[in-house]
Design a protein around this ligand. Structure first.
Ligand code: ARG
Length: 465
């Protein structure tokens, strides 16, 4: 069994319940690679600075490299009885290289070691999420381009509002995902600080070189205060906050698609391979994948709350409470990566029901703002125009007729500015073509946006290769 790193001061063995309760190996084994990499950098620095003999440093590095290989090949034996990943690797190293392994922990504490491991992990995972976000954006962009000639009714208050291009709606998702990426990049900046050398909390009297370790591990800069280094978990909270906001975006996209796939809307058809059935109702084809995505938002917010509450009122500096920042962090990362992958696939497996959508566009209430703007162009004030169109809509509803069926004389009864030409704007294409403000659903502007995003996303993918 893995040896404790602190046994000698103790007059008794710890209770087995305590061992089980305090152990973190079941989840922090995920950090094994980073723990070994951090130790390699630390050992090299210890040798370089002659804090330990160079030959011991070389032996330790060799041992750790072979542990890294074992980890890569999946043949490293994790000890479920170990207290944590640090003791597990330390013990494995002792078994590989003998006594020299005991020199590795000089000028280091698990307090700075764990935060190093987690920072390395968060940096990598945020980068992975950013890449997956780009792939999701690309998949949405593909869908938008494939359907660039489709107009849908859009909604406010879940009431039919105005016509938009479906590609405009898709670009809205792409914009929100871009902000998620920016948040991740921003969180990465503050994660990119190297804490090793802070020791338990006060630093060390040994002549270490923190810069040496920083450079080896590719961190942007050093942490500046040893107490803060071992206590700070803001970077985890920031990552979780970013993941939570992304979760909100997921839930809104999922909700749109769920609504659109209902019989009542019937805007889209989701491929069978991304739906499930009912054990009792043979006719059902349910959007369970999207529902689970929507539900995962709660899980992500729970993960964020868990760490926020854990941190609140914690005295400086390190406290064992901090061990429990990891399960929610890991859970949130796993959840988001899984959703990012499946969401990108979903957009490849939905089809727009063009006929159904076209029928919905016959509802002329969708053009009421266009008529208001027509009247403003003819010199009416906004208020007069709004009132006029309000009366027209009411009159037509009361009589059960369409605005387009009104004669010129009937139109003039609402306003002398209304001419027969108003009927030319009572269709979806005219409605979107009339929009001209930057960022609007005007087809030319939307096409430009689609091009801009194509270039942006393709350029990014190329940089990555
Ligand atoms: N498992 C601990 C954590 O996750 C590692 C650090 C333990 N340090 C200590 N002094 N007990 O935070």
């Amino acid at each position: 069994m893995t040896k404790k790193l602190w046994g000698s001061r103790f007059t008794k063995k710890t209770n087995t319940l305590v061992d089980k309760f305090t152990s973190s190996i079941s989840f922090d084994k995920r950090l094994a690679k980073y723990d070994a990499l951090g130790s390699i950098a630390h050992a090299k620095m210890l040798g370089e600075k002659r804090i330990i003999p160079l030959k011991d440093s070389r032996l330790i590095v060799k041992g750790l490299q072979s542990i890294l290989k074992d980890l890569e090949k999946g043949r490293f034996k994790f000890d479920s009885q170990a207290e944590d990943i640090h003791s597990n690797i330390q013990d494995a190293l002792s078994k590989k290289i003998g006594k020299a392994a005991h020199k590795l922990h000089a000028a280091r504490s698990r307090n700075d070691q764990i935060v190093l491991d987690v920072r390395m992990y968060v940096k990598d995972e945020l980068t992975a999420c950013i890449k997956l976000l780009s792939l999701l954006q690309k998949s949405i962009l593909r869908f938008a381009k494939d359907n660039s000639k489709i107009i849908i009714p859009s909604y406010t208050h879940l009431q039919m509002a105005q016509c938009v291009l479906v590609s405009h709606h898709m670009l809205a998702y792409i914009e929100s995902l871009e902000r998620d990426k920016e948040r991740f990049c921003d969180a990465k900046k503050r994660t990119d600080q190297m804490p090793l050398g802070s020791g338990a909390l006060s630093g060390t009297g040994l002549p270490i070189d923190r810069e040496h370790v920083r450079k080896q591990l590719g961190f942007d800069r050093l942490t500046e205060n040893s107490i803060d280094s071992v206590s700070d978990r803001d970077f985890i909270i920031e990552a979780l906050a970013g993941l939570s906001i992304l979760g909100v975006h997921f839930s809104r996209m999922a909700e749109d698609l769920i609504l659109w796939s209902t019989k009542e809307f019937n805007f889209i058809d989701i491929d069978f391979s991304f739906c499930t059935g009912s054990s009792i109702m043979p006719h059902k084809k349910n959007p369970d994948v999207l529902e689970l995505i929507r539900a995962s938002t709660g899980r992500l917010h729970g993960d964020l709350s868990s760490v926020l509450i854990l941190m609140k009122g914690l005295p400086l500096s390190y406290n064992r409470d901090l061990q429990l920042d990891k399960p929610p962090l890991f859970d949130a990362i796993d959840t988001v990566k899984e959703i990012l992958e499946i969401m990108a696939q979903i957009f490849k497996h939905i089809r727009l029901n063009k006929g159904v959508i076209a029928l919905k566009l016959m509802d002329e209430s969708l053009f009421s703002v266009d008529i208001v703007e027509y009247l403003i162009n003819k010199g009416l004030s906004y208020r007069e125009a709004h009132d006029t169109v309000g009366r027209m809509v009411k009159g037509c509803l009361d009589k059960g007729i369409k605005i387009s069926s009104l004669s010129t004389a009937q139109l003039r009864r609402y306003s002398d500015r209304l001419g027969a030409d108003v009927k030319n704007i009572l269709n979806a294409w005219e409605s979107v073509n009339l929009k001209r403000s930057y960022g609007s659903t005007n087809p030319k502007l939307v096409a430009r946006q689609l091009n801009i995003w194509s270039k942006r996303l393709n350029a990014r993918i190329q940089i990555r290769k």
